[in-house]
Ligand binder design. Structure first.
Ligand SMILES: [Zn+2]
Length: 204
């Protein structure tokens, strides 16, 4: 029995050390709500830098209070037959610098890491869309990281389904305590973001 318990505790230790789960007050959002879908775009090379910015075992990390809000938004999305899908959550500062350089230093779309830290580096901003129960994403105004006027939530959308999806996303997120921004329909920030500081570099 003691041997079994020792074996189990080693297994638990190995598991907790093998990912970034629970780092600096942040949690893996899928531990808060396993029904939230995650597809971190910066794990692969299909992003504006053309290379992976995150390690393969990087989960979607957020402050616990922010993850709770996202779980609430996911519950609200379920009412419409949708799930929340996360494209980006906590973003290490070095990844923010790479994005800033690759974007051509477009301050309206990527926060200048040297003068105004991104709320992603504080674990209180999240990039999301809606998906069907099987994980297929719904139609929205643009793809992720479209740095054009088409990504602005105020841009008129001729497709009524796009308008409806956008309205539902905005509704479930704002009713759960997130704020939206003028330039990117997928970007939301915890309404209490001012309480939080940039998170130091993860050494792993
Ligand atoms: Zn964002």
């Amino acid at each position: 029995m003691i041997k079994l318990l020792t074996f189990l505790s080693i297994l638990i230790m190995l598991n907790s050390c093998s990912t970034y789960d629970e780092y600096a007050g942040m949690v893996n959002v899928q531990h808060t709500d396993p029904n939230i879908l995650v597809d971190l775009k910066y794990k692969g090379s299909d992003n504006i830098t053309g290379k992976p910015l995150y390690k393969k075992n990087m989960p979607a990390l957020l402050r616990q209070a922010t993850a709770n809000r996202l779980a609430d938004a996911n519950r609200r999305a379920t009412v419409y037959g949708y799930r929340i899908l996360v494209w980006d959550a906590y973003r290490p500062q070095e990844a923010q610098i790479a994005l800033w350089e690759a974007s051509g230093k477009k301050a309206g779309y990527v926060a200048d890491p040297y003068t105004k830290p991104s709320l992603h580096t504080k674990g209180v901003a999240v990039d999301v869309t809606l998906a069907y129960p099987d994980g297929t994403t719904v139609v929205m105004p643009t793809k992720f990281d479209d740095f054009s006027h088409k990504a602005a939530p105020s841009t008129f959308q001729p497709n009524p389904l796009v308008r409806r999806n956008l309205r539902i996303l905005r509704e479930v997120m704002t009713e759960s305590g997130f704020q939206h921004i003028k330039t990117e329909w997928w970007h939301f920030l915890d309404q209490n973001f001012e309480k939080y500081e940039t998170i130091p570099k993860i050494d792993s």
